[in-house]
Design a protein around this ligand. Structure first.
Ligand code: PLP
Length: 273
């Protein structure tokens, strides 16, 4: 496997990042996961916009987007897969132990994993831990993902593939790696960004293409919603057939099925919408 590091393609077995890289020691880094279909990155312009937004939020220098585009193209060309997930990681770089940044500049790594199309439906659980809608990192796609790792492990213990968080004021927020939508009386709703959720690229596209509304929703809405679905780069639009011990028989319901169809058609028609 060839990856991109320090301005060039390298063999992943021999590529090395410093053990003092702040991405490792203090989680000072940001990332993007970009779907690659037939060797072409999907919605790359939107992902690069979010990467820059996250970098600015962390006070990292703006990433060189020309280099990132070249890196994605080179990694995809070197590792042909039908459906892939590009992983762009951009960290504070080599620095002293502790939280002060060093002066060597950021580290950029672009890697690729093969993936498969997700199942149409899945089970989710809610977790007792909250997303902080007012934190310094809220809305940034940082590599500080340990909270999500813990929550996802809880989901797996319950035979689910995703864990959903409420925020500190009891509103529905998002999953560990996905945004959440609910259908109420035929209308699609998703939590607004002030709930503390990430501005998911798939969320944005689905909202644009289906007219879904941003609505403050109590976490309890999951007990009564007619339909529930998740969105993410790797799930696309995925219906929920069980939330905690509530079964949603017939998932995907009609509104979700339509959103799935619209997403599949529009994303197949435009690789960089
Ligand atoms: N929320 C979180 C916390 C995520 O990590 C992700 C994606 O990894 C999403 C939402 C969905 O975002 P996107 O549609 O851009 O993949």
């Amino acid at each position: 496997m060839k990856i991109w590091l320090d301005g060039a393609l390298r063999d992943s077995e021999s590529a090395r990042v410093s053990v003092f890289d702040h991405g490792l020691t203090v989680g000072d880094g940001i990332f993007e996961t970009v779907k690659a279909v037939g060797g072409r990155p999907f919605a790359l312009t939107r992902h690069l916009g979010r990467l820059t937004h996250s970098a600015r939020g962390l006070g990292l220098p703006d990433p060189d987007l020309d280099e990132v585009r070249r890196a994605c193209a080179a990694v995809l060309e070197a590792n042909p897969v039908p459906l892939g997930r590009l992983r762009l990681t951009y960290t504070g770089g080599h620095g002293p132990l502790g939280s002060d940044r060093g002066d060597k500049g950021p580290t950029l790594v672009v890697a690729l994993g093969e993936t498969t199309r997700r199942p149409d439906t899945t089970a989710v659980v809610t977790v007792p831990w909250t997303r902080n809608e007012r934190g310094a990192l809220t809305g940034l796609k940082t590599t500080s993902y340990a909270e999500n790792v813990v929550a996802l492990a809880r989901a797996h213990e319950h035979g689910a593939t995703e864990a959903l968080f409420g925020n500190t004021v009891g509103q529905l927020c998002e999953g560990t790696g996905s945004n959440v939508f609910v259908v109420l009386d035929g209308e699609i709703h998703t939590p607004p960004l002030h709930s503390g959720c990430l501005a998911g690229i798939t969320r944005q596209l689905v909202a644009e293409w289906t007219g879904a509304k941003e609505t403050d929703l109590p976490l309890d809405v999951l007990r009564e919603a007619d339909e529930i679905f998740l969105t993410s780069t790797l799930r696309d639009v995925q219906a929920v057939h069980r939330v905690d011990d509530r079964e949603l028989s017939g998932a995907p319901g009609p509104v979700t099925a339509k959103a799935m169809r619209i997403f599949d058609e529009r994303s197949a028609a435009d690789i960089d919408p």
